[in-house]
Design a protein. Sequence first.
Length: 394
Amino acid sequence: MENIRTLSRPALLLMCTIMLVALNLRPSMAAVGPLLKTIRGDIALSFSLASLLTMLPVMAMGLAMFFGLRISQWLGAQRTVVVSLLIIGLATVSRLFLDSALELILSAVLAGVGIALIQALMPALIKARFSEHVAVCMGLYVTSIMGGAAIAASFAPLVMTHTDSWRTGLAIWAILALAALLCWWGQRSTLPTLPIQTQRNGSFFASSRAWLLAIFFGLGTASYTCVLAWLAPYYVEKGWSEQNGGLLLGFLTAMEVVSGLLTPMIANRSRDRRGVLAALLVLIIAGFLGLILSPQHLSLLWPCLLGLGIGGLFPMSLIVSLDHLDNPQRAGALTAFVQGIGYLIAGLSPLIAGMIRDRLGSFEWAWWSLTGVMLLMLMMILRFNPRDYARHIR
């Protein structure tokens, strides 16, 4: 926390507000899994169709990344976040009035667009406003994203039980958007102006390193989106209650918060992030193997390992991308490209897992597939030597 102490009071307040905004970036997706059994009892949803509630927002996030920075330059950082929070809040509260699977899916897509606009903007804003503390501040930002998922996954079943309505369990998270909107508006005078980018984002399409970073981010995020969508239903199928399934997912995302806070601070001691990345991938592999081979024994250990691995991998993937370039706007454009391609890849993960469940009657083959993906990523990190960054991306 040494770096944080050097921030001025206005900078600390801005960082706290960014964290509050980030809390809104996952509840619209994380609240669905723990309530899925009840939702499917009320609305006709196969597992493949239910996967669209996670897949389509993630795909929308990926597509919106490619124009998100341009919109933020046109509207300005402050107004972009205001508009995005309004979109997320309206999409979330609309779930009080849903009567069909199509309406539920459309609300998820709308929330995904709002989420994407914020996620495209924030890395560039953090790089510009906190240039001396990028790793730690990115860790706080990404950790807050995961914290929002933990809160929604843990408490959505409780809200449903007390209100006797799964719609309320999904819609109540609009309160977070309102709180963030009010705090963000109060911080408008402290926001840096992001300069108009002179190089087009499209130039990254010709960069093999940008593609490597995007695929790495996408494969890592695939594990997150799949676990977010299907961990709670996996354990509900094994006889757990929806409340306990939600709490288990909440516990996993709480471990993501811990790792998201600690991992960037540990990694900040060296510009070579490969050792940290390898350790995180090993944790994820161990977690998936535990889910497959012994899901009912040591049932808290496997989500703990997955949470520690995924929680650190998400911010580290973005930090490695930011490491490649010194210019904040150019680095922000790279992370927008990485997230754009990456979320398009990651969005397929819940759908594929849902199809596997419909076809084979179990999620275990999905966990095996993700274990193989993590082994592939172990080989990919050998390419991330910081001494070579300058010659790969300019």
